[in-house]
Design a protein around this ligand. Sequence first.
Ligand SMILES: Cc1ncc(COP(=O)(O)O)c(C=O)c1O
Length: 454
Amino acid sequence: MADVTIENIPVHQVESRLRRIATPLPVPETRAMLEDSRRYEPRSMGGQPPVMWDRAEGFTIHDAFGNRWIDFSSGVLVANAGHGRREIGEAMVRQIEHGLYHNYCFPNEPRIRLARRLCELAPEPLKKAFILSTGSEATECAIKLMRTRGRQMRNEKDVILSYTNAFHGRTLGAQMIGGIPALKDWIGHMDPAMVQLPFPDGFRCEDTSFDFFEESLAGLGVEPRNVAGIIVETYQGGGASFGPQEYFQKLREWCDTWDALLTFDEVQAAFGRCGKMWGFEHYGVVPDLMCLGKGISSSMPVSAIVGRPEVMDLYPPGSMTSTHTGNPICVAAALANIELILAEDLIGNAAGMGEVLHRELWHQLKPFDARIGAIHGKGLVAGVHVIQDESLTPDGQLAHDVVWHAVGRGLMLFAPVGLGGGTIKISPPLCITEEAVVEGVSVLAEAFADSLGK
Ligand SMILES: Cc1ncc(COP(=O)(O)O)c(C=O)c1O
């Protein structure tokens, strides 16, 4: 018999213009369905606060029982243009009414239009796009292209470098290049040519110099000439942590010197999330490949890898494909989403509201700074790194309690992420207003006080 225990959320009745919590959580009427989830879905699906989402619009989430949350999650950094955008729904309906739901790799107008749009928006030399369905598919494809090119040059040029604490997805290759040991224990036999280096976040890794990159590489016995490519999240998703601009500029030069490809995993960072179209614009460099997903459609499963034409063309016709590549309905959503982000200047709003968000976090969370090791991020993504004490050990329990209290007060957050589950991640839809940002952060401060019994 499956364990169907469901954790209660500590509820604080609230009624404001943007939030309403008027029932126990989970709502008693949803218990049977939540128990069915425990019974029929894997245990791994049970990590989020047990709130049954019913509908969502813009930056608010509703259940079917009159409760309403300000959303600081965007699902999981997907709903960049906002939840339930009518324009995206109408584009999908038009495609459905048009009568093409699937067509594999046969040429189809929506898919080719999305590839062209991504290439128009991407900087030189990223001028070919392969449309896929999930972020992991895009990172797997990056691994394949980098290693294929390296091995075509010389058999030993097969090393894929990535970073400690990195997350690139849950499929085999994506986890082998990932930097979270607990996620890859199950693999057993690691590829000796997949190597992780410390990510220069200035917090978990204090040395952010590029010399440290070269020293670490030498320490691991990797010869630079054998590096086929480097894949790096533009910011590390687990902590919303960026590295220094100078480091990435030197990394770009290093890749050019050693003829290695540089891939930015932009699955979280693109489409305005960091206050720029592409997150890597913060570093003033351009990669050879970029992986896209999540915010590309604000809704449907679409991803892409965009890169240098000569790399994207390494495989002959029919040999780098996917069953659901460019699904016409998903692509219609992505095209409408991209136009919304541009037409409504949601990137500008993310930059402006991002300043408000980071200012408010620093200000309103000040009373708890003994338990906050760092607040990272840019634009509308932030990671509040919760710690036990000055040893900087992540405090997964406190981070969990804060999230559960926040949800019980009408602020939607997903469960903590990152090292030791100690990071509270904040990532609202890019259409959020100043009123909602300020109110959301004040709820977070109340949730810290609740959790610490202050
Ligand atoms: C940076 C990054 N890369 C890749 C992925 C994998 O994307 P997906 O879950 O769509 O496979 C994620 C998902 O969280 C991510 O954050």
